[in-house]
Design a protein. Structure first.
Length: 327
């Protein structure tokens, strides 16, 4: 890092508080056990035989095996691969096969989890407080005229803040994505941040597509976009920090069909490819940029300052006003 580069971790330390997508529901079947690494921590995600998902810290309190490597689902519990102790979805030890008594302290920390809209969300809070808000229902998801999610994931070497700043950065659409945002504004309501955007896209094959979208962040990392253009769709854009320098960006699309399911399905792969191409255009910038703590802005720029104030609320300490005043 050269001298004029600012360490982005200084102004947004640690990981933000909120709901994060860690998996799409169809990626986790009953009986599945998966090792995960998010928020700089080793975790285990599993789904019990009855279909309940749970996420625990990865390491067994007995002698330290990682439950995500060789752990097995037994009914509603996960069995450690090392000495076969079993833990339930609350992280309590429910069986030690060769002991008369279960040690009282045999417990693993759990993470708040929610399954909704075909996704599995985990609540992260450095202080380990419970959720401040609920994940909203996506009504279209349960409607027949919307196809199931087509989803994909990218690993990106960047800080989460860079992804979020896209919400207001209207100046980058034309140079980076080749789309012209003609009407553009943002609103913030508590943990919600919204972009209203209308304009023209120039697809690779030529011509023009007029689009109108509302993109809404629910918390710091989960965005739902309602898109109206040639096709109507719901787009998910959700990032989850792996550690302080890397994250997963998950994206998904559900297209609305007019009864002609097959014809609409044909568009889906092309659509998700276009989305991926769009994100990769941003990635090329994100992975190589620095963070300007005090950017030189002009009157045509979006509300970068407002976005940063909104985003800061998700970082500890909880009171953003107190934090601002201290700076
Ligand atoms: S390390 Fe898990 S049961 Fe021994
Ligand atoms: Fe972008």
């Amino acid at each position: 890092m050269t001298e004029n580069q600012h360490d982005p971790l200084a102004s947004f330390p640690g990981f933000p508080r909120g709901w994060f997508v860690i998996q799409f529901s169809d990626e986790l079947k009953p009986g599945d056990v998966k090792p995960l690494r998010y928020f700089g921590k080793d975790l285990v995600l599993f789904r019990t035989e009855s279909g309940r998902p749970a996420i625990l810290d990865a390491y067994c309190p007995h002698l330290g095996a990682h439950l995500g490597y060789g752990g097995k689902i037994k009914g509603e519990s996960i069995e450690c691969p090392f000495h076969a102790w079993r833990f339930d979805c609350e992280g309590s030890c429910v069986d030690v096969p060769y002991a008369k008594m279960i040690p009282r302290k045999a417990k693993i920390a759990t993470w708040p989890i929610e399954e909704k809209n075909g996704m599995i969300y985990v609540w992260h809070d450095t202080d380990r407080h419970g959720p401040d808000w609920e994940v909203p229902e996506i009504e279209e998801y349960s409607e027949d005229r919307y196809l199931k999610w087509n989803h994909s994931v990218l690993e990106i070497a960047t800080h989460p803040r860079e992804i979020v700043e896209n919400l207001v950065d209207k100046g980058h659409f034309l140079p980076v994505h080749g789309t012209k945002a003609e009407k553009f504004r943002n609103e913030y309501h508590g943990h919600i941040g919204i972009q209203y955007n209308e304009g023209v896209a120039y697809p690779l094959g030529g011509g023009e597509d007029h689009y109108k979208l509302t993109a809404t962040y629910f918390g710091p990392a989960y965005m739902v976009t309602e898109m109206k253009g040639v096709l109507e769709s719901i787009i998910i854009n959700a990032h989850t920090p792996i550690d302080e320098r890397k994250l997963h960006l998950r994206f998904a699309v559900s297209l609305k069909h007019d009864g002609a399911v097959e014809r609409t399905e044909k568009f889906v792969d092309q659509y998700i490819d276009n989305l991926r191409r769009g994100y990769l255009q941003d990635v090329a910038i994100w992975e190589n940029k620095t963070f300007q703590e005090r950017p030189i802005l002009c009157d045509g720029d979006g509300d970068i300052g407002g976005l940063r104030r909104w985003y800061r609320q998700f970082y500890a300490p909880r009171d953003p006003v107190g934090r601002e005043a201290a700076e």
